[in-house]
Design a protein around this ligand. Structure first.
Ligand SMILES: Cc1cc2nc3c(=O)[nH]c(=O)nc-3n(C[C@H](O)[C@H](O)[C@H](O)COP(=O)(O)O)c2cc1C
Length: 296
């Protein structure tokens, strides 16, 4: 383990560790407007949702290498409005292009080839190509320092949201497969939230907890931390009668016979079985299999 005091390294070096480890980060594609009416469009991955009542987002334009404010921050201070456009995979190269250091009054919609759509309640336009966009007003601007690289926490309240029709499930929720988001990692790396990168984790009830797992499971060479997390999330274990009946099923009797004939260690066989069942989200049968070879 590398342990580093933040102030023992030049700012840029520790920054590289920060952005390499804190990720993937969502990307706010911020459209702003200056007092004089010049439109700006730039991406910020120091960004997140921070509250839902009222709906609040934050983004942080850092002071640049010379300690100067970025154009987005100047616009936010001047006019107090922003549209946070959401970036999907189809937009990523053009979005990256817009992050180049253009002069103050250059419109990055034009430089990067995005289409402006008039907003409903704020002056900056939104990006037509974005799968979702949030019209926001600035509530607080909090500088975290005055040196190059210092952040400026901008807290904004969402007043209007726009969501493309084709990103929804039949039930009206945003479908992660359809919205096809990208996130920012360290250096020049991005991640695409699609295909095998997406998976579900069932929300736990107040489960029995890791500390209530039998030692034989916690110490298993076969069950992983994720397996144990799923096992510990159940609120009740199968009863001894249920375990006994499960052990008497044809499939389990055959498995026992196979283990004996092949001189396999039965607890290992059952831990492998449970591991596979857990991968299929079949937590109950995994517990039944494990309890056949585990004391409480
Ligand atoms: C994906 C991505 C994420 C970025 N995130 C940030 C960020 O969180 N904060 C920041 O200051 N700059 C960030 N940048 C760099 C700015 O986009 C870049 O400095 C841009 O030129 C600022 O434009 P402006 O001066 O017109 O506001 C990011 C760049 C990219 C490509």
């Amino acid at each position: 383990m590398k342990t580093i005091a933040a102030n023992s390294l030049p700012q840029l070096e520790f920054y590289r560790y920060l952005i390499g480890a804190v990720g993937p980060r969502p990307i706010a594609f911020a459209s702003t407007i200056s007092e004089e009416g010049h439109v700006n469009l730039s991406p910020f991955s120091f960004f997140n949702v921070i509250g839902s009542n009222p709906p609040m987002l934050m983004l942080s334009p850092n002071l640049n290498r010379n300690g100067h404010k970025k154009h987005t921050l100047l616009n936010l201070e001047e006019t107090g409005e922003v549209v946070i456009n959401i970036v999907n995979h189809d937009m990523v190269e053009q979005m990256s292009l817009s992050s180049a250091e253009f002069d103050r009054h250059v419109n990055e919609f034009q430089k990067a080839g995005f289409t402006e759509v008039a907003s409903v309640q704020v002056r900056p336009p939104r990006v037509a190509e974005a799968p979702a966009a949030f019209e926001c007003v600035v509530r607080q601007i909090i500088p975290t320092g005055s040196d190059p690289g210092a952040g400026t926490l901008v807290l904004v309240e969402v007043v209007v949201g726009h969501f493309r029709d084709d990103i929804f499930t039949d039930k009206g929720l945003i479908d992660p497969h359809k919205i096809d988001l990208v996130g920012r990692m360290g250096a020049d790396w991005y991640v695409r939230a699609n295909g095998e990168a997406l998976f579900e984790v069932a929300r736990p009830k107040a489960g029995i907890g890791y500390d209530a797992l039998p030692a034989a499971l916690r110490d298993s060479r076969i069950l992983t931390g994720n397996d144990l997390g799923k096992l510990a999330s159940v609120d009740a274990l199968p009863t001894p009668d249920e375990v006994r009946s499960y052990g008497e099923t044809q499939a389990l009797r055959e498995l026992g016979d196979e283990a004996r004939t092949g001189c396999q260690y039965l607890p290992d066989v059952m831990h492998h079985r449970a591991h596979q069942l857990l991968a299929q989200q079949n937590v109950r049968e995994a517990w039944l299999s494990l309890l056949l070879v585990t004391g409480k």
